[in-house]
Structures are given as C-alpha cells and as structure tokens.
Design a binder for this molecule. Structure first.
Ligand SMILES: NC(=O)c1ccc[n+]([C@@H]2O[C@H](COP(=O)([O-])OP(=O)(O)OC[C@H]3O[C@@H](n4cnc5c(N)ncnc54)[C@H](O)[C@@H]3O)[C@@H](O)[C@H]2O)c1
Length: 307
C-alpha cells in the first residue's frame, strides 16, 4: 500500500522535469493523478499538450491511474476547469501540487515588462488560480459535512527565498508563493486543508539553461541515485501530500539530492527603541543606534555597526 492510496492529485507542469518526477511518484504511492501540462517552451511560448500525454501514459503503463490535462494554470477559467477535471475524472480532489513554471532571466536593467509579467503570471498567479478554485471545492465539501484531508504543495526556489542575480521576475514570484503558502495554510486549516512548499533541484530544461553542458534526462531515465535527478524532491512532496503529514502546514522545505532542509521563515530579530522613551524616531538618531551593532547585513560591504 502506498501512502497516497485512495487520493486524487493534480500535479501542474508535470510534463517534464520536477513535476514529471512528482506525478510518477504520487502515482507510485497510489494516487490517481491529473497530469497537467500546457506543453509550452521554457520561456512560456506555445502549447502542445504532448508532454502531459506521455506522462499519463507512462503512469497507466505502470498500472496506475492518470489522465492528461492541457490547461494553462494561469488562466483563471483554465485553472477552474483543471480542478473540475480531477473531480469529473476521479470523483474528488485531495492533493494539489503547484509546480508549473517558466523562466525569462534578465538583469533588472534589461528586463522588459512582458518578461516580468509572464514569469509572475505562470508561477504566482498560476499557483493562486488553481488553489483558489480547489479551495472553493474543499470548502463546499467541508460545509456539506465531508471534511477534507487535503494538501497543497507549492514549488519555491532558493532564488526567491535567498535572492539571485538575473531573476528579479522569478525570485519575486517564488517569494510570493512562499507567502501564499502561509496564507493558504492559515485560511484553509478549518476546512481540513494543509499547505506547504518545497524548493526542488536537479537538471531540467529550466536549470539546464543555467547549468550548461549537462545531460538532460527525464526522471524515469535515471536508474541509480544521482544528486541531479529532478525527481529527488518527489518523495518529500508525496509525504507532505499524505495523511502522514497531517501535523505539517505553513512550512517551506528544500529537498535536493539526498538532503531535506527546513527553511526558517522571516521573523523579527533584534530591535531598537527611541533613546528617551516612546516617541517618533528622529532620522538622525537612527544611524548611531543602528551602528551600535544590533543589526547585521548579509553583504560584508554593507556591514552595519562596523565603525
Ligand atoms: N530544476 C531546478 O533545479 C529547480 C530549482 C528550483 C525550483 N524549481 C521549480 O520547479 C518547477 C519545475 O521546474 P523544472 O525545472 O522541472 O522545469 P521544466 O521546464 O522542465 O518544467 C516546467 C513545466 O511546466 C510547464 N508549464 C509552463 N507553463 C505552464 C502553464 N502556464 N500551465 C501549465 N503548465 C505549464 C512546462 O510545459 C513544463 O513542462 C518550477 O516551478 C521551477 O521554478 C526547479
């Protein structure tokens, strides 16, 4: 028995790379999977749908249950139809893995408006749109007395959580998804829905655009453990999606190679108060207080309190 037996899952962008590995893993753990993929290019152009067919067929050939879906996750109505597709095909929805994404890397000063908009659209709006429609379904189930045991697993990246040069659009979208994950976990807890996020890794056509000269293989082509297999994050996604993780929500993890790490969220650190008791700060007083060394900067050249 797999840990997702009886569950119905959607995996978006599951035609290639990380999402493909996740769809195969969820199916191997017993889930019935809606394999969503628009079939676009790395930068988001075109729509062939073929990749989704290939993965759904692979799951079925291995004895699992899957259907292909070609919706654009960032199309609000398309996202609604995707959720409806899961309910029509398999009678419900328990797991939503938001993985679809594109890249259009440029330095800030060269980035065109549509390069920013298109990346934020697929990642951030796409994650919102599917989650929004799934949340309506789960809330209705809950109100009808059929409390869900549902899970959303979003996809983030160190670029969004720690920053990265040349990825203003992508990093902003991924940081937004981390925030969306927290809000989803807070708003949907009462309806039996958990929300977590995973930062994956591995060689895919997306990361291959940065890591040149690496051999691009889909997850099922790996036979031995390889740190660069994009499916290395898939077991963590399956576990978060399962009822074994009912106590885990609102969290962000990194699952790359053989390591799983917990991202600690933004939290308030050291603070300073106005010198003479509660009052509005005077701008000129802030420097001496800050330079007393209570704050730290990530950039050595900007070290505060260094004299
Ligand atoms: N590969 C890595 O090292 C890495 C690292 C951190 C985060 N990620 C994240 O993992 C996720 C998957 O990336 P990947 O590396 O597997 O890339 P990939 O290009 O191999 O896969 C992305 C898939 O999403 C699909 N897609 C794009 N736009 C879509 C849309 N509007 N609707 C539906 N499907 C759409 C594409 O057709 C493609 O199959 C992304 O969210 C990415 O940001 C990847």
């Amino acid at each position: 028995m797999g840990i997702l037996e009886g569950k119905v899952a959607i995996v978006t962008g599951a035609g290639h790379g990380v999402g493909r590995g996740e769809a195969l893993e969820l199916a191997a753990e017993g889930a019935q999977v809606v394999v969503n993929d628009l079939g676009s290019s790395l930068s988001g152009e075109g729509a062939s749908g073929r990749a989704a067919d290939e993965v759904a067929e692979l799951i079925v050939s291995r004895g699992g249950k899957a259907v292909a879906d070609y919706e654009d996750v960032a199309d609000f109505e398309g996202a609604r139809r995707l959720v409806e597709h899961a309910v029509d095909a398999f009678g419900g929805l328990d797991v939503l893995v938001n993985n679809a994404g594109i890249l259009r890397d440029k330095m800030m000063f060269q980035m065109a408006e549509d390069e920013f908009d298109s990346v934020v659209r697929v990642h951030l709006k796409g994650t919102f749109a599917t989650t929004r429609h799934a949340s309506v379904y789960w809330r209705e189930c809950s109100k009808a007395g059929d409390q869900p045991r549902a899970a959303v697993v979003n996809t983030v990246s160190s670029a969004g959580l720690l920053g990265n040069v040349g990825q203003a659009n992508y990093a902003a979208a991924k940081a937004g998804i981390a925030a969306l994950t927290m809000v989803t976990s807070l708003e949907l807890a009462r309806y039996g829905v958990r929300a977590n996020a995973v930062a994956p890794g591995g060689i895919t056509r997306m990361s291959g655009a940065v890591l040149k000269d690496m051999e691009l293989r889909e997850p099922e082509a790996y036979t031995d453990f390889d740190r660069l297999n994009p499916a290395n994050s898939a077991p963590m996604v399956a576990w978060l999606a399962s009822d074994q993780a009912l106590h885990v929500t609102g969290q962000v993890f990194r699952a790359v190679g053989s390591s799983i790490a917990h991202y600690e969220p933004w939290h308030l650190g050291a603070s300073i108060e106005t010198p003479g008791g509660p009052a509005k700060w005077k701008a000129a007083d802030i420097g001496p207080a800050v330079n007393a060394g209570v704050f730290h900067s990530r950039h050595p050249g900007l070290q505060m309190g260094g004299g």
